[in-house]
Design a protein around this ligand. Structure first.
Ligand code: FA5
Length: 339
């Protein structure tokens, strides 16, 4: 009984003292000190709680602890609010001062050209397709009508992951995947990275980018191919460009052609860029071979199509007179910043 009375007196005194101290706290630091003093592990209250033996005293002490915690929380919010108000009033930002200068980056030249080509074809109503960089021989060769003896099927020409899987050697497998997935008409382009075991030189790299184009519909002819490529070349190299076709061979097109564009540097008069010929080679193209249409289940009697594949690096080198393809991938900012 005696013990209980002593604790009761202490409790009242302690409560008064703690409350008035909390009331007067001026800063969050002071408040933290008071928390440690009145509610910390070695505080009088915590020690008393540890010692307590009877239920009634325990309840009183716990009620005090709770009410002090509430008072402490309220005071903390009030001080924090006051602190915020003070900061808002004193720490003004002068918005007229010059800001920090950030160096702005920009897209790589090849990305810029890819997006430009995409925009041109979106304007013609084509869809853009993401192909796969890792392909099966089924799509990279069989679907493209490549005979078993074709040299690109050899590990000396292409990068194989196993007998049936390789890094695609061109963007043309995208055509097959799209045609398999949908009925005609098809109007698509598919830009992306391709891989070949080519020796690096000024115009060749083992990793480079192509853009594939495919249109399949009723009555598509070489004239449509020529009009479409001319539109692309004029958009990329200027309105004065002309196009000519040279015959060529690709297993997946018949007839196959290589399109040349009139030189944008000399307007066809002859200069070092076009090797004095007035014309520049741009890639491969042709009318889709009926075997390819049959492979994907299209009827070559009903529909026909054209396809083309162009090198994006080639467009970049020509347009900006970049003398060596390796400059594109050396990441020398003095070079990249020019575009
Ligand atoms: C092809 O890849 C055919 N698939 C193009 C095609 C598509 C024909 C659809 C018919 C129908 P070719 O191997 O010629 O074709 O490559 C096309 C372009 O890719 C070349 O004109 C060149 O610009 C670029 N190219 C080829 N090899 C390299 C290389 N190692 N480095 C950089 N660019 C290259």
């Amino acid at each position: 009984m005696r013990g209980t009375r002593v604790v009761q007196m202490d409790v009242e005194q302690l409560e008064q003292e703690a409350r008035s101290a909390l009331e007067q706290a001026k800063s969050l630091e002071q408040l933290e000190e008071l928390r440690v003093r009145y509610l910390g592990r070695s505080s009088e209250l915590k020690l008393a709680l540890r010692e307590v033996r009877d239920r009634e005293t325990g309840m009183r002490l716990n009620a005090l602890r709770q009410s002090l915690e509430v008072a402490l929380g309220e005071k903390r919010s009030a001080l924090e609010h006051g602190e915020l108000q003070r900061k808002l009033l004193t720490e003004n930002v002068d918005v007229t001062l010059p800001g920090e200068h950030f160096v702005e980056g920009h897209l790589h030249l090849i990305t810029q050209i890819r997006r430009e080509v995409e925009d041109i074809f979106l304007g013609l109503g084509y869809m853009i397709v993401d192909g796969r960089e890792v392909e099966t021989t089924h799509y990279n060769f069989d679907g493209l009508n490549m005979p078993l003896w074709h040299p690109t099927r050899l590990p000396s020409h292409s990068l194989f992951l196993n007998d049936d899987v390789l890094l695609r050697t061109e963007t043309s497998p995208s055509q097959i995947r799209v045609m398999e997935a949908q009925a005609p008409p098809v109007y698509m382009i598919s830009p992306g990275r391709v891989y070949r075991r080519d020796t690096t030189d000024a115009t060749h790299s083992p990793v480079f980018h192509q853009v594939e184009g495919l249109a399949v519909d009723r009555g598509i002819s070489l004239a449509d191919l020529k009009g479409t490529l001319l539109h692309l070349m004029r958009a990329l190299f200027g309105e004065k460009r002309e196009l000519r076709f040279r015959t060529h061979f690709f297993p997946f097109t018949e007839p196959s052609i290589e399109p040349d564009v009139s030189c944008h540097m000399c307007d066809g008069a002859g200069c070092p860029v076009c090797k004095q010929s007035g014309w520049i080679e741009m890639g491969g193209a042709g009318i889709v071979d009926p075997n390819v249409l049959e492979f994907v289940g299209y009827d070559p009697e009903e529909v026909s199509g054209f396809a083309f594949g162009l090198g994006l690096e080639r467009i970049a080198l020509l347009r900006h007179r970049v003398p060596d393809i390796r400059l594109l991938w050396e990441n020398d900012l003095r070079f990249s910043r020019q575009f």
